[in-house]
Ligand binder design. Structure first.
Ligand code: SF4
Ligand code: SF4
Length: 363
């Protein structure tokens, strides 16, 4: 299956290299033009450099129903999924990528039971509704250090897998250790990531969700990206206030962690809702349906993490706080555990590919 995908990609890329009609649409075609032949490693690099803007699909005179069946976004989408599986060391880990809904629900149920039983042991009470006094701290449900450790363990494991994937992928596409230390290239690559400039479709926007040019996908992606960053800042401020200033949560609605968390969360919800909406409208011919489960799963878990976070914030002074907190924690831990098997893997592979692209262009 993997070999057949490489052969299909090689066939298409050789035609593209002769045609060159798309050379100004995106960086992938500039990288193609630097090559006369395409090794498997080159193809994986190009597939992960592709941002799925779909400009080449709608521009192509050889796209389906032409017998050449050139469908670059679809074949690259297929190869990206294979890249994610290839960097998992066992068939069990690869299965998590293939059945993300099943594993996410299973992790959520186990986490929910774990936190519920832990809370019952800690509070010596059986009720999850009406357990606390008004304005009680979250730490009256579960102890602070216990929460930190249970969140930190899956996060650190996921981060370790990301770092391993990063090193393996650098090696696979031919970036040597010393080559990855060029500050100028990193600054240029980071600028590209922050602005999502490869989603500009040559200046007019992506051909997404259909043939018409649109900036909507890029804008919704920006919302998600900035939402993540602002939420991270909120977490840092909360940690500083808790551990350095010794002020325990819950913080007021006008405090910095809550204000930053609210802005970040709102941006995330807006971006994720927009991306989900665009998916309902998208042309499915330049899309590999096998990636659907992974794509939807990531958006859904992230959306539910933020939504339940807001619910905890809104109902934290009510009798529903304990049950909402435990549901929220269980979803967040599911998110952390599923991270190395989620759509977010593309962040590592794409960043390294963008870095390689700018390195090649800088020679
Ligand atoms: S995608 Fe089609 S139009 Fe674009 S370079 Fe390849 S063959 Fe030519
Ligand atoms: S889908 Fe967009 S980013 Fe991907 S190869 Fe085609 S033009 Fe480039």
């Amino acid at each position: 299956m993997f070999d057949k995908n490489f052969e299909d990609a090689r066939f298409s890329l050789n035609i593209c290299n002769a045609c060159r009609y798309c050379e100004n649409i995106c960086p992938v075609f500039k990288a193609i033009e630097l090559r006369r032949t395409f090794s498997d490693n080159d193809i994986i690099y190009l597939a992960n450099l592709c941002h799925d803007c779909r400009g080449c699909y709608y521009a192509c005179q050889f796209a389906p129903p032409h017998t050449f069946d050139i469908n670059i976004p679809k074949i690259f989408g297929t190869l990206r999924l294979e890249t994610y599986k290839k960097h998992k060391s066992s068939s069990f880990l690869r299965e998590i990528i293939e059945k993300p809904h099943f594993f996410s629900i299973a992790i959520f149920i186990v986490s929910f039971l774990f936190y519920t039983i832990s809370s019952i042991i800690y509070t010596k009470k059986l009720r999850l509704i009406g357990l606390v006094e008004q304005n009680a701290s979250f730490y009256s449900i579960l102890p602070e250090n216990f929460l930190i450790i249970t969140m930190l363990i899956p996060f650190v494991i996921s981060l370790t897998i990301y770092i391993k994937n990063f090193i393996d992928y650098c090696d696979y596409i031919g970036i040597k250790k010393g080559d990855f230390l060029k500050l100028f290239i990193h600054i240029r690559s980071l600028k590209s990531v922050i602005l999502l400039e490869f989603l500009d479709g040559g200046g007019f926007g992506c051909n997404y969700p259909n043939e018409e040019y649109s900036l909507s996908r890029r804008i919704y992606h920006q919302f998600v990206l900035f939402g993540f960053k602002i939420m991270f800042i909120s977490t840092l401020i909360a940690a500083f206030m808790s551990h350095i200033l010794n002020t325990s949560p819950p913080y007021t609605f006008t405090s910095l962690p809550v204000v930053f968390g609210t802005i970040g969360g709102a941006l995330l919800l807006l971006g994720l809702t927009g991306l989900l909406y665009l998916r309902t409208k998208m042309d499915r011919i330049p899309y590999n349906e096998n990636t659907n489960a992974m794509d939807i799963n990531f958006i859904t878990i992230l959306f539910l993490s933020v939504l339940t976070g807001f619910l905890v914030l809104l109902f934290r002074s009510t009798i529903f706080m304990p049950i909402l907190l435990i549901i929220h924690l269980s979803i967040v831990i599911t998110f952390f555990i599923m991270l190395p098997f989620s759509k977010l893997q593309h962040a590592v592979f794409r960043y390294v590919s963008i870095y390689k692209y700018f390195s090649e262009m800088n020679k």
